[in-house]
Write a protein of this length. Structure first.
Length: 313
């Protein structure tokens, strides 16, 4: 069964071009053709941030009828499992099914489409906005790398701290030379590791909490030091590298893009789904930035897709 992933903009696009009846027929046809259309907790969190209550509820209802009952693993689940596998270039096959609370709720919603979302909308909204504020700092740091004269002191200090940790990476201490582009990518990756993994800044933190509890590490900087010394591959391979690539591809914009944090999280699924669908131009930039042709071919813009009408039998 192929997994086709739809990030939030693609889900919105489909709702604007299909009815619920179309969604039911499409789901049946795609499953028959061996294609499981999926979303993730990232998609749902972004949908729940929709300010228009009516559109938000309509979009959730539409998604209940179109997409599979299983969510793809959450970013924390993906990252911790990737670490446990030894951070390989090619991961072992595994079921791409989330065990998170979000996934439990979603399964119930798909099985009974009359049910409504019972998660705390305000908590999700407040948490997501807080994470977006943190993302502004790394966006500014990337812009700072191109023009040091316009940087705020706090951004320059962050750049300096990450540069110090970069120098402590074993492969750097052993003499590997990094060009400017590699240095920047590694620093952004380190920033995401610091905020996302070491500081546990995310809504679904249980896999990350368990990971650090087993290691007995509570201090954030001690955790970062552990990653630098024991998990250096995590800086230049895997989910954090893809997130960093997405961030850098967007940092050329003069204004901070509010959705960049979610874009970075959605980008993780490029490595796991057979296809990723979007209407976001930033993913086209990512497609041009990713060096691996296999991953490039997985990203599809909805304007490249032809929707055909079918009926539910």
């Amino acid at each position: 069964m192929e997994i086709w992933y739809f990030e939030t903009s693609a889900a919105n696009y489909l709702m604007d071009h299909m009815t619920v009846e179309d969604a039911i027929a499409t789901k049946a046809l795609q499953l028959k053709m061996g294609r499981d259309w999926r979303i993730s907790s990232v998609t749902l969190q972004e949908i729940l941030m929709t300010a228009d209550v009516e559109r938000r509820e309509n979009l959730i209802y539409f998604c209940q009828h179109l997409f599979g009952r299983e969510l793809l693993p959450s970013p924390p689940e993906i990252i911790i499992d990737y670490i446990r596998q030894g951070m390989p270039r090619v991961e072992n096959h595994r079921e791409l099914i989330s065990g998170s609370r979000f996934a439990e709720v979603w399964r119930e919603l798909v099985d009974d489409t009359s049910r409504e979302f019972q998660l705390d909308h305000k908590h999700i909204l407040d948490s997501s906005r807080g994470i977006q504020d943190i993302t502004k700092m790394v966006h500014a740091m990337v812009k700072h790398s191109a023009d040091t004269t316009t940087s705020e002191k706090s951004v320059a200090e962050l750049d300096s701290i990450l540069s110090d940790y970069l120098k402590e990476l074993p492969f750097v201490k052993e003499g590997r030379t990094l060009n400017k582009s590699q240095e920047l990518t590694h620093k952004v990756s380190l920033y995401f590791i610091l905020t996302f993994l070491c500081s546990e800044i995310f809504l679904e933190n249980e896999p990350i909490k368990q990971f650090w509890e087993k290691l007995g590490l509570e201090n954030i900087l001690c955790r970062l030091t552990y990653v630098v010394n024991e998990l250096p591959i995590l800086v230049h391979r895997g989910p954090f590298l893809v997130m960093a690539t997405m961030m850098i591809s967007q940092a050329t914009t003069k204004k901070f893009p509010r959705g960049v944090w979610f874009d970075c999280l959605h980008s993780i699924y490029v490595s796991y789904a057979d296809k990723l669908f979007t209407t976001d131009a930033h993913f086209q930039s990512l497609r041009e930035s990713i060096p691996e042709p296999i991953l490039q071919k997985r990203i599809h813009h909805m304007k490249e897709v032809i929707l055909k009408k079918t009926t539910h039998e």
